[in-house]
Design a protein around this ligand. Structure first.
Ligand code: HEM
Length: 126
């Protein structure tokens, strides 16, 4: 049986490239979030998030080949993430997602996942 992955249904790599690129444009100008990113160049962070999301949604597993098991909670421990950081992160994702104009059901699935994942990474509750 042929199954279309979510990754393919939303438009494959190009869609994730646009989503994450737009997201990082927001982060670049965000006074709360920008200082959290250790590197001057946001390009490598952009690539890691893009590859992670591609893998999560059924695309190529390049993320794990390069980075190993995601272990996102552990990888976010060095950064203070409270509700303000979570909200800012989600706001940039929301803006980026709106620009993609995906079919409503797919957009909602992606958004619900992002909200859940962002909530799960709060490590510094108010
Ligand atoms: C990495 C912040 C939520 C996925 C990072 C980094 C920071 C950060 C500062 C290091 C940048 C780098 O890769 O060098 C935040 C904040 C969040 C958040 C403030 C707010 C809740 C999320 C969510 C996801 C995610 C919801 C997934 C859906 C990733 C991935 C990496 C990363 C895949 C790279 C991990 C690695 O391979 O090293 N994040 N993040 N983050 N974040 Fe987040």
């Amino acid at each position: 049986a042929q199954e279309v992955t979510f990754y393919e249904a939303v438009g494959g790599e190009e869609t994730f490239r646009r989503l994450v690129h737009r997201f990082y444009q927001g982060v670049a100008d965000d006074p709360l979030l920008r200082p959290l990113y250790p590197e001057e160049d946001l390009g490598p962070a952009e690539e890691r998030l893009r590859l992670f999301l591609i893998q999560y949604w059924g695309g190529p597993r390049t993320y794990s080949i390069q980075r190993g098991h995601p272990r996102l909670r552990m990888r976010h421990v060095p950064f203070t993430i409270g509700t303000a950081e979570r909200d800012a992160w989600l706001r940039h994702m929301r803006d980026a997602l709106d620009e993609l104009d995906l079919p409503e059901q797919l957009e909602q699935m992606l958004w619900e996942y992002l909200e859940m994942a962002a909530r799960s990474l709060i490590n510094s509750p108010d």
